[in-house]
Design a protein around this ligand. Sequence first.
Ligand code: BGC
Ligand code: CA
Length: 536
Amino acid sequence: MSDLPPAWWRDAVIYQIYPRSFADANGDGIGDLPGIRSRLPYLRDLGVDAVWLSPFYLSPQADAGYDVADYRTVDPIFGTVEDARGLVDDAHDVGVRVIVDLVPNHSSDQHVWFQQALAEGPGSPLRERYHFRDGRGDLPPNDWPSIFGGPAWTQVPDGQWYLHLFAPEQPDFNWDHPAVADEFRTILRFWLDLGVDGFRIDVAHGLVKEAGLPDIGADTSWHLLDVGESPCFDRPGVHEIYRGWRRILDEYPGERIAVAEAWAPTLARVADYVRPDELHQAFNFSYMSTAWQVEAQREVIDASLAAMHAVGAPTTWTLSNHDVVRHTNRLMQENQGEVAGRRPTEVDAEAGLRRARAASLLLLALPGSAYLYQGEELGLPEVVDLPASVRQDPAFHRAAGQDGYRDGCRVPIPWSGTAAPYGFGPGSSWLPQPSSWASLSVAAQDGVPGSTLTMYRDALALRRKVLAAGDALTWQDAPGGVLAFERGASFRCLVNMGDGPVTLDAPGELLIASGPVAIENGIATIPPDTASWWSL
Ligand code: BGC
Ligand code: CA
């Protein structure tokens, strides 16, 4: 891939694949690596630069693979290491890079290290690779809550407790232990040697805990996505880990990258993760948490660009992922700015799709790198009515858990046909797909003017052609409710976020719009919740 331009990642479109829900090759109802491999032409035609695959490693699947039992083995439900290698090679052949998920904050409780720690008993050095402590009488060692509900500590039969910021099946590693750091350097190299182009770092802000594991204090209502200062998140020591990883990434040819899932109290603190000697990108959760409203959008776009510019990193933009309510629903809901822990609600599907398409076209016009989540290019809605019996989010049955409603965005992709599983695979699908999804399938939208899939394909192709490099953006005056900016000398984006249509002088040639923009005698009429790109 040496003939590709340098710094490919600075404005890359990176498409998140949730492997169990993308494509199922063997008919067991769960998507797999051969399924993804068979759909590479789709990704090439969509025009993405890279894919990020959520975890496919050996795992008891207590948290859909974010509980890893062996970091160098592919779980048999997803395939084999050879399948992973074949997928990476084939993806490169069609010009798509591959980023894999790395889960360094915790392992599965079935990981051999944790099993050894349990077997060895209190006082064993093998317990020091995790956080084992004696309790306080009958109480856990400190007051930390688990993000999935309940205390962050579980007691083992010999009386000690171990720390798990997530589910009890996900014990936290002790990153002060040199063996943990060594192990992850080796894991990075294993996947880099196999050919991956980078890593998405799960819970990147969580690895280092405050020495002594002090109590949080009276208010323990914080959660992962709403972190102020806390003794378990965003501790200064994490940055040394990433400096070490950057040195490893830089040893490999082809600009291998890492993107941090780092929830930090301010954008400036997020920017610390992407200083020149650390990781390359960090997810912009501030943007994801912003309401559909002109002033709020302008403010967060400016603040994001400024914070990342200050450290020389590109800004990233995301609207959906496997942990949050799909933006087709979320942007229509009350409290649009709360991205997690929200029970999704039914919204007017047509209005939700209109707004989501506008939001996506806006996102794709912004300077930096765009992260898309599988299915958003089809305009899939959140599935809000999954029965409790099929739900698998580990927090669903835990009271006060932060998440619990993450299954509704994980329903398998409809590819074709008129009935479930809509070409997802030859069998069924691990979560039921709504009967209304036939019209949303890839086959139903392929080549259809005006379809959401066509809009994404066109926007991704145009993006390469018409958007200026760099992170400069200039706001333009516009009627109330309209967001207007230019990039370079010849590109303008106009987004009507208001309740009614707006008319204005057409600024040039209309390149693409998320809805029906009318132009008559040089006057453009932009319907509500519609984004448009113009060539000046
Ligand atoms: C992932 C979640 C996962 C959690 C624990 C994250 O933030 O995106 O899906 O449950 O980390 O690994
Ligand atoms: Ca399968």
